[in-house]
Design a protein around this ligand. Structure first.
Ligand SMILES: Cc1cc2nc3c(=O)[nH]c(=O)nc-3n(C[C@H](O)[C@H](O)[C@H](O)COP(=O)(O)OP(=O)(O)OC[C@H]3O[C@@H](n4cnc5c(N)ncnc54)[C@H](O)[C@@H]3O)c2cc1C
Length: 1021
């Protein structure tokens, strides 16, 4: 089957999808009312039985996530148990407990135990507050004077464990199976853990699943009546991504077939959990192939979870029904609403997608769930329907549909949730077929799962949260989603703007979704057009000059286009034309200039496939970097257009005494030189030019020697977008020649430069030596960027962010991570995971979507890296060097090397080399000072759950861009204004509210209006 067609509906218009759902309501009108009544009755009974609910449920009810106290507890729950050292545990407890108002919860819960815990938390908080946050250890010691320090820590840790145990059936599969037998449960067991980051992780998870299947197989068999297993495909491979489909078949699929064969032997239900939406089609392809495995044909336990919050979920059910029919076998389908809603919304926004792959209102998800439920029931017997919900209305509606169709169905709930509701349902309807999703694992592994459950229990849109909130009447909880959707006008959520409208006052740039095969094909096709590009000088809108140099693809040395050195006559002609055109351009004003910049942004997006392809071929960028490049260029144009309108449209009137008017005007300075680097050949090139133009300057732009082609394309697009050709000229050539000639040219009014610190110094000296007016110099240079990790940090997040920050773009970003500081206590584990995760990265052809890391830009840069590596081999401990996947002269395998604090490099090594330094907690300040002492100040990363740790590091290490618990690269225009201090640059930041100030002159105009004889305004007031 062609599963890729499902991607056509991934971002379909939400309003239209809802309208289509409303045209064909899942329940006939007669059933709608009775289902509401049944659901309301279920809510009432469940509430009456609520006294039987566990203390943890009452606790979660009282400390919901809408309160700071609930958030504090979630923060503790997420981090405390994995924090190995007592000192940090104490600080974490102190910080989280002190930050909240426990007294406000006193006596609020019906549960005595909850109130007692509240007292405990409040007293701890009070003691902590009295002594302040700085001395958390002292405070805990103060407490310990009475109750003993280990007791406080142990008590809080125990509380967190109890909270975890609410949701975990057993630490081992044997314990879980025994408990299920004791409680009379039929389960689908889930082996806890994060997605695999390394092959070793995938081995470990495969073994855990295999053991579990063996243990389940020993109990009973039969897909419907016996225990089953739920498998997360992301646990079986660190490469479970659409762009790595080849490896998915080679590495993940064999693991999956081994497990499926075991499950088939045991004849149990084997369900593929639903994960991120980007993985949907891939999971369906894997399922499809499994259905065709000859050895598995007789088995009817194979299944998959489907998320109803995805707007294309109805189509998914229809396709699964077709798959089952074609394969002549039954499939089990678990219908869920979906567990990662907030993550999906965020991902779509960050990636600038055309819409959301999920609904944005809860009623729409509920409605779609019912629509899918109906299709699922209708697909009986090809599909076996399993309904996973804790929502009384959903439960009742599904039951009504199944009864009407005469089809028996299975319900599912999560362990620790929904028990009271299903007891009420059994009281009302008689015995139901119910399976419990039962996580199994140790405390360290449960944390991410626990947080998802806490979010689900604590969110005020969630049914389980409202169920125990007596303020919400049963009828409201039992409301038919059709009515709720209609009441909202069938519209998307107005509080969740489309990704492109995120910023309100300017459009977010458009992204590409590389998980969609169709988009990948479009980009691949564009590669063919990214050749024979003319990168010669463009003076007065015309490309001219003898073609002296060919430009080659750094990966395979194929020719991409031609360029030429700009001659001194051309430089003079460009300056003369620009100088002549500049006053007119300045006089146009901010509004008219903004229009042209926005047209440029649109043009960049219109040609984004071709431009991305050119970034791949000329600059060796991977596809995702290339797309990011085009997006950033478009964002710069739109952001500076906004600033042009804000600050350059009219004079700003200033307050002053009666009888005079005072105003401040901003104007362009004249002809600005924009000198840009090869590592962002489109984004920085366009960004500098857009800033200078927005401020009213004419521009002579000198691109890097390595990347004149993409620059020439950008200049042509500027001109096509309405920019007068005389206002922007392209002057390619060597820095020593063309760059130097520009900097000494008498027509020059200022320089914007991004590149190495040494070149910036040369330009600075050249400008200082000039006669005449003093020119502004805006420089954005390198960094020796560090990340500090503490023991509260989460391992998988650290691994993902470190690898992306250090090796993304082959480390050829000024923001890239160079120095990673890890705490002694967790260092070995982090290093093992880092090297293991690096092992599965692919260094290869950037045009191959599966490549993570492309080539070094040229032979000179590669030779410098080789030389540095030779030096490291003597002076440091090489923890890992990854081999390129294919032979190519400019591929350089990323390196992780361990060094001592006294061996920190003095200069930036521009490539994929990460230095790791272990530190003891008492050495933190020394380590921070050592980094600060190098004089750079560009980016700084911090991974910690302790605000006090982050603040301490920030105070000691100056940096223009600080990133906490995330990667250190990919600053977004207008969101994370970018630029450093010290040796890293002069400011103002790029893409920030003050970006244009140095590109402009300020003119203050004061007019004595009383000179005419008086101030009419004053006399009239
Ligand atoms: C047995 C079982 C197995 C599960 N397996 C999976 C799985 O494989 N993959 C997975 O992703 N989840 C899985 N889940 C989790 C499941 O997605 C959530 O428990 C479920 O969404 C809760 O639905 P509900 O009907 O109980 O609650 P409700 O409170 O009625 O629904 C909550 C759901 O509504 C959605 N929602 C909330 N706000 C909005 C909004 N503004 N716009 C749109 N939608 C919104 C969210 O998806 C949220 O989860 C499973 C759950 C169970 C019970």
């Amino acid at each position: 089957m062609d599963w890729d067609v499902l991607d056509a509906g991934k971002y379909r218009d939400e309003g239209e999808t809802i309208a289509a759902l409303l045209v064909d309501p899942p329940l006939p009108p007669a059933d709608r009312l009775s289902v509401e009544r049944t659901a309301a009755a279920l809510v009432k009974v469940t509430r009456e039985n609520a006294r039987r609910q566990g203390v943890v449920q009452s606790f979660l009810q009282e400390f919901s996530l809408t309160t700071p106290e609930g958030l504090a507890l979630m923060g503790l729950a997420e981090a405390l148990l994995r924090t190995p050292d007592a000192g940090t545990q104490d600080r974490l407890i102190a910080e989280k407990i002190a930050a909240a108002d426990w007294a406000s919860h006193l006596g609020q819960s019906d549960s005595l135990l909850v109130n007692a815990s509240t007292w405990g938390l409040m007293l701890t908080g009070r003691l902590i507050e009295v002594s302040g946050m700085d001395d958390a250890k002292g405070i805990i010691r103060g407490l310990a004077a009475r109750v003993g320090e280990p007791i406080v820590r142990a008590a809080v840790a125990q509380a967190m464990r109890i909270m975890g145990e609410q949701f975990v059936l057993g630490r081992t599969i044997e314990a879980a199976v025994a408990r299920a037998a004791k409680d009379g449960l039929i389960c689908s067991f889930d082996m806890l853990g994060e997605g695999a980051r390394t092959e070793a992780d995938a081995d470990r998870y495969e073994n855990a699943y295999a053991n579990a299947i063996a243990a389940i197989g020993r109990t009973a068999s039969g897909p419907e009546q016996a225990h089953g297993i739920s498998v997360k495909l992301s646990a079986l491979s660190p490469c479970y991504e659409a762009v790595k489909e080849r490896r998915v078949w080679g590495e993940l699929y064999p693991r999956l077939t081994r497990l499926a064969a075991m499950a088939a032997d045991a004849n149990i239900n084997f369900t593929l959990d639903a994960e991120e939406v980007d993985r949907l089609v891939l999971s369906l392809k894997l399922l499809d192939r499994l259905t065709r495995e000859k050895t598995l044909v007789a088995w009817s336990g194979l299944g998959l979870a489907v998320q109803a919050y995805q707007t294309r979920s109805r189509d998914v059910i229809a396709s699964l029904a077709a798959l089952a029919r074609n394969a002549g076998r039954r499939l089990m389908v678990r219908l869920v609403k979906g567990a990662y809603w907030d993550t999906e919304i965020k991902r779509a926004q960050v990636a600038g997608q055309p819409g959301y792959p999920v609904f944005t209102t809860k009623p729409a998800t509920d409605l779609c769930y019912l629509a899918c439920a109906r299709r699922l029931i209708e697909a009986h017997p090809d599909l076996y329907a399993q309904f996973a919900t804790h929502n009384a209305h959903t439960l009742a509606a599904v039951r009504a549909m199944a009864e009407r169709a005469g089809v028996s169905i299975e319900y599912q709930r999560l362990h620790g949730m929904g028990g009271a509701l299903y007891r009420a349902a059994a009281e009302q309807f008689g015995p139901l077929s119910l399976r419990v999703y039962a996580p199994v694992g140790a405390h360290e592994d449960l944390l991410p799962y626990l947080v998802r459950r806490l979010l689900e229990n604590g969110a005020n849109t969630s049914f389980v949260h409202l169920l125990f909130d007596d303020e919400t009447p049963p009828w409201e909880l039992a409301r038919d989603p059709v009515a709720a959707v209609e009441a909202g006008g069938g519209s998307p959520n107005p509080r969740v703007p489309l990704p492109q409208d995120l910023y309100g006052d300017r459009r977010n740039s458009k992204g590409e979704d590389l998980s969609i095969a169709g988009f990948r094909k479009e980009l691949e096709n564009a590669l063919a057009g990214a050749r024979d590009v003319d990168g010669r000088p463009i003076i007065r809108g015309t490309a001219a000059g003898a073609t002296a140099s060919k430009i080659y693809n750094p990966f395979d040395q194929s020719e991409v286009g031609v360029s030429a050195e700009t001659s001194s006559d051309q430089i003079n002609a460009a300056f003369a034309a620009a100088a002549k055109a500049q006053p007119g351009w300045d006089a146009l004003g901010g509004v008219a200039r903004a229009k042209i910049l926005r047209a440029m942004a649109d043009a960049l997006e219109e040609h984004r496939a071709r431009l991305s392809a050119l970034c791949v071929r000329e600059a060796g960028k991977t596809w995702s970097d290339a797309i990011g490049e085009v997006r950033e260029a478009a964002d710069f144009c739109r952001y500076y257009a906004l600033l042009a309108e804000r600050h350059f449209a009219r004079a700003e009137h200033l307050k002053g005494p009666a009888g005079e008017t005072n105003a401040l005007e901003l104007h362009g300075r004249g002809v600005f030189a924009c000198i840009s680097p090869w590592n962002f050949p489109l984004a920085i090139f366009t960004g500098q030019i857009a800033a200078a133009l927005a401020a009213g300057n004419a521009v002579v732009a000198k691109p890097a020697e390595q990347t004149p082609l993409i620059a020439a394309e950008a200049v042509r697009l500027f001109h096509k977008s309405g920019l007068p050709p005389d206002v922007l000229h392209l002057l390619p050539g060597k820095g020593d020649d063309v760059g130097a000639a520009i900097c000494v040219h008498p027509g020059l009014a200022g320089v914007a430069f991004t590149g190495g610190t040494d070149t910036a110094r040369v330009i600075n000296r050249t400008l200082a030596a000039r006669e005449g007016s003093l020119l502004p110099f805006i420089a954005e240079t390198g960094g020796l960027n560090a990340m500090f990790v503490d023991t509260t940090a989460q391992r998988e997040q650290v691994i993902d962010d470190v690898l992306l920050s250090a090796f993304g773009s082959a480390g050829q970003r000024c923001s890239a991570l160079r120095l990673l500081f890890i705490p002694e206590e967790t260092a070995d584990g982090i290093i093992e995971a880092l090297t293991g995760a690096l092992d599965v990265r692919a260094v290869g052809d950037p045009a191959d979507f599966a490549s993570d890391i492309g080539p070094i830009i040229d032979a000179e840069a590669k030779a410098a890296l080789d030389k540095y590596l030779a030096h490291l081999k003597i002076t440091a401990k090489i923890l890992k060097q990854l081999k390129p996947s294919v032979p190519a002269p400019l591929l350089f395998g990323p390196v992780i090397a361990e060094i001592r604090l006294d061996q920190l490099p003095d200069r930036e090594v521009f490539g994929p080399v990460l230095h790791v330094i272990r530190y003891r907690s008492q050495e933190l300040e020394k380590a921070c000072r050592a980094v600060a002492g190098k004089g750079y100040g560009l980016t700084l990363g911090i991974h910690s759950r302790l605000t006090s740790f982050a603040e301490r590091v920030r105070a000691l290490v100056p940096a223009g861009n600080v990133y906490v618990n995330r990667s250190m690269i990919g600053a977004v225009v207008g969101v994370q204004p970018f630029g450093g201090e010290g040796l890293s640059g002069t400011g103002p930041k790029a893409g920030g509210p003050y970006s244009l100030s140095r590109y402009a002159v300020e003119r203050s105009v004061s007019v004595n209006i009383a000179a005419q004889g008086g101030d009419p305004a004053l006399l009239n007031s």
